[in-house]
Design a protein around this ligand. Sequence first.
Ligand code: HEC
Length: 200
Amino acid sequence: MPEKICRSVSLILLVFLFSSCDRNRNKPGWDYFPDMFYSTAYETYTKNPNFKDGMTMRVPAEGTVPRGITPFNYTIDEESRILAGIELINPESPTAEVLARGKTVYTIFCAGCHGDTGAGDGILPGSGLYPLQPRLLIGKDADKLKDGEIFHSITLGFGSMGAHGSQIRTEERWKLIHYIRQLQAEQRVTESSENSAENK
Ligand code: HEC
């Protein structure tokens, strides 16, 4: 007799156990530790009666600048670029490390159009897929560009060239400019040796 009771009790338990496995995703069942699911704080995108505009997520106070971001108050026109050339100073020093980083950034973002040496012969214009001729980043005219002017062109774009300000960090843009200066110096060396060879 006790054996029978034992068997029916285990059967009932078994049925109970399996009935708790439910595949209906619309009914989540009972909550265990409900305070972990239902936050008492306002969720980021929910309505919030405490603010006039009803939004939980707030916009930053006017005139504030996020940490690590340097404001760039220039516009994409020649006057503004000239101003950037006068006002902005490269905060980086051309150490071997900085130049190496500048070269990496140049190779990733610029060489495709401007070419490995800055001569405007990158793979994109060379392939005919990109119809515009990039400007020379080396040679007499490019030598005259101020650091701030190059920074302006990278950040906001120049003529038909797109802006790279959102893709390259501020300090990396300055490092890149040191690398362009190195390319320009190398070009001057090549030119002067060519000239002296011609004069011989
Ligand atoms: C998709 C091709 C392309 C890429 C990528 C590109 N450029 Fe350019 N860049 C151009 C073209 C084209 C011009 C000339 C635009 C014009 O004259 O309207 C130009 C112009 C410039 C100028 C102005 C030169 C002057 O004489 O005033 C600078 C500086 C410059 N690029 C630097 C860079 C740097 C640095 C990078 C990498 C961060 C870069 N560019 C990436 C195509 C490109």
